[in-house]
Design a protein around this ligand. Structure first.
Ligand code: ASP
Length: 418
């Protein structure tokens, strides 16, 4: 059995859905499980509904619900006749969501988030499933909330592997084409949970593991895994092969190729993963498996923007030792500042952190009483795996490099743009 994952970009309009049918026609649809995300950027659109509901902003709520209804209506009118039953199915799903919002009394954001954002995946999968049936590709639609069982940590749920594996093995007929929603799951109380943004790749990994799939393919709008983000670098190169470990390393440094949790389950069972282009489906793409670390061996660039470089030293110039360092980490953890680089010397300790939660100022207000602290906001952290002299020069030319750290395979350089 093979597992295919189609993300939002691949089904952002009616043409995209038709293209999925063509891919299945070419590649063969039997013995296949499709994991599908919300269409286009619909997860963000459902987030707007949730925010409007939490803020009790009726105008915004109506506006954001209408936007999602119109988006899906446009797609289904490009795929089906006016009297097709999909119109009614979509109306029922939206009715259910609006009813839930009207009745809901919980102000718990994360809970509400999962109960609403899941409609993106529920809608996309019923649309794709009905379209494929029309097209002549028979399939079974399944509600993944009855298969991927998680704890009740809304927005970041952990999978109960035992229960999930048992259900998937029992309820998935591997001789047929099955369609499931990515990203969402269900807890033991029947509530919807989600696995974290971009979690559909992970869903593909979960199904591949539980079904002992022969391979997984993630269909993307790029040719495969590239050595750099084409939005940041003019010249990029396709990687033909890359190992599981290298993929995890790249994700660790911030590459957003594949959701990092996806790799472990498939690596455990040595299931190869392909990243292929849904626009150019005759290209082989990238194969992720064990063995060859990377082919071709080229420098791979990863950039994390808008970082804060913090330098910390003791007030009395005593050495930076375990005790001080553990105080620093306690505070970094308290203020959710994710550390991306560490450099230590006898009397100073530097860290480069993400300030995604905007807690840096609070962190500074607390730490400045204990240590001498200086910082630079708005710097960019470049990581180059398998670096060469030229590739490092390329980064140095981007601005003034204020800190660099080099080990065998990885160079990290902090750049302050001019
Ligand atoms: N639709 C979800 C998101 O945008 C999950 C996914 O696409 O992987 O995060």
């Amino acid at each position: 059995m093979k597992v295919y994952k189609f993300g939002g970009a691949s089904i952002k309009d009616a043409l995209g859905v038709k293209n999925v049918a063509h891919i299945l026609q070419q590649e063969g649809a039997s013995n296949c499980l499709l994991v599908i995300s919300a269409m286009g950027k619909m997860t963000n659109a459902f987030e707007n509904i949730i925010n409007a509901s939490i803020n009790n902003d009726q105008d915004k709520l109506t506006e954001s619900i209408d936007l999602t209804i119109n988006f899906h209506t446009k797609i289904i009118s490009g795929l089906f006749q006016d009297d097709h039953k999909i119109h009614q199915k979509v109306t029922i799903l939206f009715g259910e969501m609006i009813h839930f919002l009207a009745e809901n009394t919980s102000k718990e954001y994360d809970y509400l988030y999962d109960q609403i954002v899941c409609y993106g995946e529920l809608l996309s999968t019923i649309i794709v499933s009905d379209y494929l049936n029309e097209f002549g590709i028979d399939n079974n639609w399944k509600d993944v909330r009855e298969l991927v069982i998680t704890d009740a940590v809304f927005r970041d749920a952990s999978v109960n592997w035992k229960e999930t594996e048992q259900r998937i093995k029992t309820y998935i007929d591997s001789s047929k084409l099955t369609i499931v929603q990515g990203f969402i799951g269900g807890d033991s109380n029947g509530n919807t949970t989600t696995l974290g943004r971009e979690g559909s790749d992970y869903t593909a990994g979960i199904f591949a593991y539980c079904l002992d799939a022969t391979n997984v393919t993630i269909w993307k709008d790029v040719l495969g895994v590239l050595n750099a983000d084409p939005r940041e670098f003019k010249e990029t190169q396709l990687l033909n092969k890359i190992s599981y470990e290298e993929t995890i390393e790249m994700a660790f440094y911030g590459a957003s190729v594949i959701h990092p949790k996806t790799i472990k389950p498939i690596q455990n069972k040595q299931i190869p993963l392909y990243v292929r282009s849904f626009n150019d489906f005759n290209s082989p793409g990238t194969k992720v498996s064990s063995g060859i670390i990377i082919e071709p061996i080229v420098p791979c660039f990863i950039v994390k923007k808008n970082q804060v470089l913090i330098s910390i030293s003791t007030r009395d110039f005593s050495f930076m030792v375990e005790e001080n360092i553990s105080d620093i980490f306690r505070l970094l953890h308290k203020y959710q500042l994710r550390v991306n680089l560490i450099q230590n010397s006898a009397i100073s300790f530097s860290v480069c952190v993400d300030n995604n939660f905007n807690h840096f100022d609070q962190f500074y207000d607390e730490i400045k009483f204990i240590f001498k602290v200086s910082f630079i906001k708005g710097v960019d952290l470049y990581t180059v795996r398998h670096f060469t002299k030229n590739s490092l020069n390329e980064i140095h030319n981007l601005g003034s490099s204020i800190l660099s750290q080099i080990n065998k395979n990885t160079a990290q350089i902090i750049i302050q743009k001019k």
